[in-house]
Design a protein around this ligand. Structure first.
Ligand SMILES: NC(=O)c1ccc[n+]([C@@H]2O[C@H](COP(=O)([O-])OP(=O)(O)OC[C@H]3O[C@@H](n4cnc5c(N)ncnc54)[C@H](OP(=O)(O)O)[C@@H]3O)[C@@H](O)[C@H]2O)c1
Length: 280
């Protein structure tokens, strides 16, 4: 099934890191052709630069293009959502059937629908930055007027840049903390392990190569083996060996509760990320 049909287009609002990544992913995967894609951003400078880099129209004024849109992907910061949706409303050309997808953290489906004030279908999504390398993890959930076909369209968008999981909106703050913020935690762990490699005598480049590929390999083991991480860990743990010694030190440092508390705190903050003055 084509992502947009009958001459409709897909527009991306907000040409920052995520907006550009999603648009590029859609084009590179062939899910969308350049003549069916467009973008918009607040500043003319950003629009010009992105249009030149990606090769699709990117303009601050959306009035004309909005009317052709079958799908709109909202990729502005949470605090910028009210202004971006005001501009959509003010353009006056949005079709009632156009699917809107928001990736803004902490802005829930009710707030999005209230801000736009139309009966358009909405899908809420939470991607992460590894979308840049086609290895993103995106959770999606449907709003009140979204059908299974709309959810399938949203899935198609994010499958261009990684994996997709369908879930319920009540999980979104936790997902924002776990996989939205998750890459930052993984980077910190990898940085610390690479530093540790340097501490025990390895050249930094080699240490980082070892750590990054080990993280990737371990992730693939968890994804493909169908086994619990604890069972995989047991496989590497020889009695009286070095791995069990290292694991003991991690447990002494309370690594489990530190990670759990970090996710708990990030979840709490995610719940408050919506734009000020927009009731939930
Ligand atoms: N980065 C992540 O890891 C991540 C992960 C998951 C979800 N998200 C969500 O993704 C969204 C975007 O994040 P990001 O990191 O891509 O942010 P970003 O790089 O700051 O991009 C946002 C862009 O929106 C544009 N913009 C601001 N107000 C606008 C308006 N009224 N109309 C049109 N464009 C406007 C800005 O463009 P100008 O240059 O034109 O001002 C800016 O480049 C956020 O809501 C965030 O919660 C991000």
């Amino acid at each position: 099934m084509a992502l947009v049909e009958n001459g409709r287009t897909l527009g991306v609002i907000g040409m920052g890191v995520m907006g550009q990544t999603i648009l590029k992913g859609l084009l590179q995967s062939g899910a969308l052709t350049p003549d069916h894609a467009w973008g918009t951003s607040r500043s003319a400078k950003t629009c010009e630069a992105v249009a030149a880099a990606i090769g699709v129209p990117v303009e601050p004024n959306i009035r004309e293009r909005l009317g052709s849109a079958g799908v709109l992907v909202l990729c502005v910061k949470p605090a910028q959502v009210p202004a971006a949706l005001s501009a959509v409303k003010a353009a006056g050309t949005l079709r009632p059937g156009t699917l809107l997808i928001s990736i803004a953290a902490g802005v829930d489906l009710q707030q999005l629908a209230n801000l736009l004030g139309t009966v358009n279908p909405w899908v809420r999504a939470m991607p992460n930055t590894p979308c840049v390398v086609g290895e993103g993890m995106t959770a999606i959930c449907p709003g009140e007027h979204a059908t299974s076909a709309h959810l399938a369209q949203a899935r198609q968008v994010f499958e261009c840049v990684g994996m997709v999981a369908e879930t319920e909106e009540r999980h979104f703050d936790a997902i924002t903390a776990l996989s939205g913020s998750g890459p930052a935690y993984q980077y910190l762990i990898m940085e610390a392990m690479a530093d540790a490699g340097v501490r025990v005598g390895l050249p930094r480049d080699l240490a980082l190569t070892l750590v990054a590929q080990t993280a990737r390999g371990a992730a693939r083991m968890v994804q493909t083996s169908g086994r619990h991480p604890a069972a995989l860990r047991d496989d590497v743990t020889t009695p009286a060996g070095c791995t069990i010694g290292g694991l003991l030190m991690l447990e002494d440092g309370k690594i489990r509760s530190v990670l759990a508390r970090a996710i708990e705190e990030a979840t709490r903050i995610a719940a408050k990320l919506g734009p000020a003055g927009t009731p939930k």
